[in-house]
Design a protein around this ligand. Structure first.
Ligand code: NAP
Length: 284
């Protein structure tokens, strides 16, 4: 029987630690860690994510502000707000909720965020730091996966780690973090030949594709650890991962469910990055 890696529980434990660290930080520095979230337009999924981020900040005692801008906000208006938040000493982390409406240039906005406040770790400066292994901020979802692995005692050093997916947000930084933890890492994507042959070699398999139930039992090595980053909506509205949980679970030694696996960890890692940014800001 595989161990179910409980992302809800691990996330709650880490948030409790952050809550305590936040209280200690406030005593020491006389301020709270502050996060500003900018959302443009009325994408319902984005609105839910932003609400969850605000709620998470409140639960751990952070100061947080949400800027809800109308769909027709101009690039200049958005840039001016980012500049203002870059200067605001109460704000240590700035997050622009993606996707932005089509008329806005996402890259330009992300480049505008002061890298010291870039708690999503999307700025090329932080991406570069992740690459060389000298980073303050870890990209939230891959960092969440690393926390799940380490807190459940999964050894990474020397293990064959296979990541399916090479996005800038998940796949690539995930592979980098596993490499820094001394895994032997292979990255797969839509052009990979004989995918199942590669994935069957994985001691640790991280799946971030965005296709429901894509990874089946014949694609995994018996006893492997499987991390499912996928979040897909079924026709009935239910959330499901990229791994066919029912067929894969009996074969592996540990697996994350969807929901309740990687999902809860992402916002927790955002909180961690905001606390790190606040600590760094008062050090100067
Ligand atoms: P993405 O940007 O669409 O990237 C998907 C990756 O999967 C691409 O690299 C693509 O390869 C690869 N891929 C697609 N079909 C494939 C196939 N048949 N075989 C092998 N590789 C294939 O997606 P993403 O942003 O990384 O997100 C991936 C999933 O994770 C989504 O379900 C998303 O909702 C979820 N997610 C969850 C969280 C969370 O908090 N839990 C956070 C972020 C994302 P190519 O590069 O060759 O096209």
């Amino acid at each position: 029987m595989a161990m179910r890696i409980d992302g809800k529980l691990i996330s709650a434990q880490i948030r409790e630690e952050i809550r305590e660290e936040c209280a200690a930080f406030e005593k020491e520095a006389g301020i709270l860690p502050g996060l500003a979230v900018i959302i443009v337009g009325e994408n319902p999924a984005s609105q839910v994510y932003v609400r969850n981020k605000k709620k998470a900040c409140e639960e751990v005692g952070f100061y947080s502000v949400v800027y809800e801008l109308p769909e027709m906000t101009s690039q200049a208006e958005l840039t001016a707000l980012v500049d203002e938040l870059n200067r605001d000493e109460k704000i240590h982390g700035i997050l622009v909720q993606l996707p932005l409406p089509k008329h806005l240039d996402e890259t330009d906005v992300l480049l505008r965020i002061n890298p010291k406040k870039d708690v999503d770790a999307f700025h090329p400066y932080n991406v570069g730091k992740i690459m060389i292994g000298d980073y303050n901020f870890l990209p939230c979802t891959p960092a969440g996966v690393m926390a799940l692995l380490t807190r459940t005692g999964v050894e990474i050093a020397g293990k064959n780690c296979v990541v399916i997916g090479r996005s800038n947000i998940v796949g690539k930084p995930m592979a980098m973090l596993l490499l820094h933890a001394n895994g032997t890492v292979t990255i797969c994507h839509s052009r990979t030949k004989n995918l199942a042959e590669v994935t069957r070699e994985a001691d640790i398999l991280v799946v971030a594709i965005g296709k429901a139930d894509f990874v089946t039992a014949d694609m995994v090595k018996p006893g492997a650890v499987v991390i499912d980053v996928g979040m897909n909506r079924r026709a009935d509205g239910k959330l499901t991962g990229d791994v066919d949980f029912a067929s894969v679970e009996p074969v592996v030694s540990a697996i994350t469910p969807v929901p309740g696996g990687v999902g809860p960890m992402t916002i927790t890692m955002l909180l961690k990055n905001t606390l790190t940014a606040a600590r760094d800001a008062v050090k100067k």
